[in-house]
Design a protein around this ligand. Structure first.
Ligand code: NOJ
Length: 765
């Protein structure tokens, strides 16, 4: 029997799958936590044995706050028919809800109070896509901790984050909430966010339960239309879409949310494969699963069940513990039990999972929240985390020698655009609790540093969709009277997020026309773009001299943007997602398959190079678009700096590595430029031959390194057998012998490469 070993920080992982000890079906974790686990298991069992069926079914219900405590909601809480409330953040109301549950219900079971704490709370961090652009999991963890602390001070004890849907489609509005297109990056950020939200212990001050969502495959919605069908072969599901969820489970995530979407013909909310076979049996998840909003009821609308009763049965059998917002469980579980379509032991298991998390959160001991126990929301330290996150999320995409601006020699700066001074819009999507009055805009930040009289601000367009050219003249006047021009453009926050997908991902409104008009004034133009997704930038790229991509940067976007524009800090964000040239290229992502006819610079022919009436022939065709080519506008991992970096001496420990042994990779990285800057060193591999074809490159590790001019760092990476493994044709995870290519560099198109071969011991040939 394997030695007892830590399984997760919170003991929420079914230990058998990790080679830890499984004691009489209980969850245990690190030896120190085993006591807690045993105690909690006893308490859960004790409580369950006293519960009526109605109280059990009550624990499976999550209700919307109803804008406070209606008489009906109060009565439901008092009678033990609610397990959780969502969307209440007034601490006095939350405390009153807890009082009704703890002091007036028969068994005194406290409530889970859920909220979408997605990227901050009152203090707003960059949107998750921007957080991913930092390539800095430690910072993202600190951000999640800050958000958790602010949320916890209102009585919220559960967030519906992180969203771990890998997505390759910038049309999808929820790409803003995602951590981008890459499985590995999303997995690293998943673990960081879970640790940040949940802290060392779930019952610690400022810890809230996290929720890995949306399980699973939601990011592959057809055409990027939210809620649309997804079809993902199991192999692809396991290699691309599921690993971030497994990483969250390994980090001890307390809860998982089932996706709205239909996955291969079975809506995820009814997928026993996902929620029982994979999540619980394979990964040993020990927390509980919540449906998405009304997603149990929607099983009928999908056409998967004939009525709500069947939906309740399907979701329960699949493994959904708690129903969000609707009352399909509450209305039908009892009669399903009477008809023996479900069993009481199933219900008991579902309830036990929820109670276990309530005990872990320490809610039975401390159901009430005193805001005085917490630091003030929106305090200096919190804003500082938001500022650092915004700073590291900024990606410089183009710079024809204009940036950084020289503040000394700048007489007047024309600051133009609908996003330059809009504290609300810079917060982005999912900011239920975001406080726009905490936002510091680029205008405010630049005026504070340069002096208000030096900044000539013209909004020019009322909002990002504005089609009117009425403000162009004022903008042109400001440009004529200035020696520097900064345009802050983008998308309003409501153009991304849930159910806000776009088919055209150009800059909306008359923004491109504004760029064109100002370009004609003949002064160098710096564009800053705040957006919830990668936009297609082809219609402005040539017209601007520098382009800084800021996502929706949150409360402290202004100071972060100012610091980069004025050169106080060199930009260091990297793209967590590929930018297409045209929307027709979507999905375009760096870790695509090679195909049998890959395009190359030599083989590809652009539409205008094809002679009229050229005869069709059956050789020489390659995988590309005639009008867009085969390369993206900007590759995954890309981002410029004010400095230069050189990678040298890449060494792979052995040219031939016995299968099962780790592979060591070393190199040096030197800042050969003139300014201090941070680089994100990215390690990619390609497994050249596989039992299923492998991507042309796969990110396997990265390091964010800060270097002074002339300074060199030694880089060290280790590729383990596990990190080289993938799911093969029969859905088992394997590391295969054979050749691997290696790239180390500043983006996914980096040229430096090496190779190694994993070899079988001679006897196994
Ligand atoms: C629906 C969204 O899909 C989900 O992500 C969110 O957590 C819930 N609504 C609750 O607001």
């Amino acid at each position: 029997m394997p030695a007892e070993q830590p399984c997760s920080p919170h003991g929420l992982r079914r230990v058998a799958s990790l080679g830890c000890l499984l004691v009489s079906g209980l969850w245990i974790a690190a030896p120190g936590e085993a006591r807690d686990e045993q105690q909690i298991a006893n308490r859960v069992e004790g409580l369950l044995s006293q519960m009526t069926l109605s109280e059990k079914i009550g624990q499976l219900a999550q209700l919307n706050s109803d804008n406070g405590l209606s008489p009906d909601l109060s009565e439901r809480i008092r009678s033990g028919r609610v397990g959780s409330i969502l969307n209440e953040v007034r601490v006095d109301v939350v405390n009153e809800m807890q009082r009704l549950a703890v002091e007036e219900s028969r068994l005194g079971i406290p409530l889970l109070i859920g909220r979408d704490v997605i990227h901050g709370f009152n203090t707003v961090l960059p949107i998750p896509l921007g957080l991913a652009a930092t390539f800095n999991p430690e910072l993202v963890q600190r951000g999640a901790r800050m958000a958790a602390t602010e949320a916890a001070s209102t009585g919220v004890n559960w967030t519906f984050a992180p969203m771990l849907d890998v997505t390759r489609d910038p049309r999808w509005g929820r790409i803003a909430e995602s951590l981008g297109e890459d499985t590995y990056l999303t997995s690293r950020m998943a673990a960081a966010m879970v640790r940040g939200f949940q802290g060392e212990r779930l019952d610690g001050l400022g810890s809230i339960a996290a929720c890995a969502k949306h399980f699973a495959g939601y990011g592959a919605s057809e055409a990027g239309r939210d809620y649309a069908t997804t079809n993902i072969p199991e192999n692809e599901l396991r290699n691309v879409f599921l690993p971030p969820f497994e990483a969250a489970v390994e980090a001890g995530v307390a809860t998982v949310m089932a996706s709205f979407s239909d996955l291969n013909g079975v809506p995820a909310t009814a997928s026993r494969f996902l929620m029982t076979d994979v999540l619980r049996k394979e990964w040993g998840f020990g927390g509980f699963v919540v449906s998405d909003w009304a997603s149990i009821e929607q099983l009928r609308i999908h056409g998967f069940t004939a009525n709500d009763r069947d939906s309740a049965a399907a979701a329960l059998h699949a493994g959904v513990n708690m129903e969000m917002a609707t009352s399909v469980y509450a209305n039908h579980l009892e009669s399903l039990l009477e008809d023996n379509r479900i069993s009481i032991s199933q219900i008991d298991r579902m309830v036990a999972d929820i109670l276990r998390i309530k005990f872990h959160l320490g809610l039975f001991e401390n159901p009430y929240t005193n805001p005085d126990d917490f630091p003030a929301r929106g305090n200096e330290q919190h804003l500082e985390v938001a500022r650092q996150a915004a700073l590291e999320s900024l990606v410089l995409l183009k710079n024809e020698g204009v940036l950084p601006l020289d503040a000394e020699s700048l007489d007047t700066l024309a600051l133009i655009g609908p996003m330059a001074d809009d504290g609300y819009e810079q917060m982005g999507t999912w900011v239920f609790d975001g406080q726009a009055d905490l936002s510091q805009t680029p205008r405010a930040a630049l005026a504070a540093t340069l002096g208000a009289d030096k900044v000539r601000y013209v909004r020019a367009l009322q909002h990002s969709r504005d089609q009117s050219h009425a403000g162009f003249d004022a903008a042109l006047e400001a440009v004529a009277a200035s020696d520097g021009v900064v345009l802050v453009l983008g998308e309003e926050s409501i153009l991304s997020g849930e159910a806000h997908s776009r088919a055209n991902i150009d800059l909306p409104g008359a923004q491109a026309a504004l760029v064109q008009a100002l370009k004609n004034a003949g002064k160098p133009i710096v564009a800053v773009i705040m957006a919830g997704r990668p936009l297609t930038l082809g219609n402005i790229l040539e017209d601007v001299d520098a382009l800084l991509y800021a996502w929706h940067p949150g409360s402290m976007g202004g100071p972060a943007i100012r610091d980069v524009l004025l050169g106080a800090v060199s930009p260091s964000g990297r793209l967590p997602v590929t930018f297409p040239r045209m929307v027709g290229q979507v999905p375009i992502y760096y870790n695509q398959k090679h195909t049998g006819k890959p395009a190359t610079a030599e083989s590809f022919r652009y539409i205008d190079d094809i002679p009229v009436r050229m005869p069709q022939h059956s050789s020489g065709f390659v995988s590309s678009h005639l009008d867009a080519g085969y390369t993206p506008q900007f590759p995954f991992g890309f981002g410029m700096s004010y400095s230069r970096f050189e990678y040298r001496d890449l060494k792979v420990s052995e040219v031939e590595v016995p299968l099962g042994e780790p592979v060591e990779i070393t190199a040096t990285l030197t800042n050969t430029g003139d300014v201090a800057a941070s680089e994100v060193a990215q390690l990619y591999i390609r497994d050249l031959v596989g039992n299923v074809t492998r991507p042309v490159r796969e990110l396997k590790d990265f390091k964010r390194v800060h270097l002074e001019p002339g300074e060199t760092a030694e880089l060290q990476f280790e590729l383990t057998p596990e990190s080289l493994a993938f799911y093969g044709q029969n859905m088992t995870k394997i590391t295969e012998p054979g050749r691997f290519q290696v790239w180390l560099g500043g983006d996914s198109a980096a040229p430096l490469q090496s190779e190694f071969t994993l070899t079988l011991p001679k006897s196994e040939y």
